[in-house]
Design a protein around this ligand. Sequence first.
Ligand code: ATP
Length: 286
Amino acid sequence: MTIYCLGSINIDHVYQVPEFPAPGETLTCKAYAFGIGGKGANQSVAAARAGARVVHIGAYGAGGEWARDVLADAGVDCAHVAMVDAPTGHAVITVDAGGENIIVLAPGANRAIGAAQVEAALGAAGPGDWFLTQNETNLCVEAAQMAKAKGLQVCYSAAPFEAEAVRAMLPLSDLIVVNEGEYAQCRAAMPEFDAEMQGRALIVTLGAKGARYIGPQGDVTVPARKVTPVDTTGAGDTFLGYALAELDAGAAPEAALALASGAAAIQVTRQGAIEAIPLRAEVAAS
Ligand code: ATP
């Protein structure tokens, strides 16, 4: 089956710092690198590397073709990734000595995706397929409605957290994936969040503590592997892409979370986002 991912494509500018700068402080970084990121692109690549068929729906600006090509080279179908009249989305990522990150996003082209583009991308989609989205593009709700009407299951990565987006997406979602902080934000913004999740599935990633699935197939907690992280950027996206690909392939939640945990554990031991996402064979061998 196919995962249709409406998601961001960003150019990540990554700055290594000894510690995060305080307000008003100027800090010289120890190292700089750039690469492709964006929650959507990360999740598409992770699902493709896990073995799923993935169609990415997204946009880039003039000069951003190389970003699309990185996805295509990773095995993601990019026929519905379009060039639009806006700058390619980009992110400024600061990583401290402990591997923790702080991120500022400029959405650009990611918020200029056309409705006709989404409609065309979902043209061949149907029951058994998944629609996946996050909070980094326009048209999330409209596209999820379109996907539901066509019988797809909807997976919603409620990040970066936006209360209004969660309120609109929750009734359309079959599976919601959040980290611990986003889960707390969902519950604080929507006291009815847990009640509304009845009958739906929730995956909460817990960083070095692992991840939990709560849903129609039970309540399962899977520990994280013991590793020394160097950069956790994209850990959650790697986890989600792998877990969804495995659920899509018919695996039980415990097996899906275990595979995702193995993939994310490798990913956090490497620098970068997309380039750090392991191949399935590497996860299997770990
Ligand atoms: P990020 O925003 O940094 O991309 P996140 O906050 O969305 O990540 P986390 O809950 O921090 O997501 O991590 C996702 C998964 O990655 C965890 O469930 C775990 O499997 C793995 N992971 C994260 N940190 C570690 C770690 N220190 N050691 C081992 N595995 C980790």
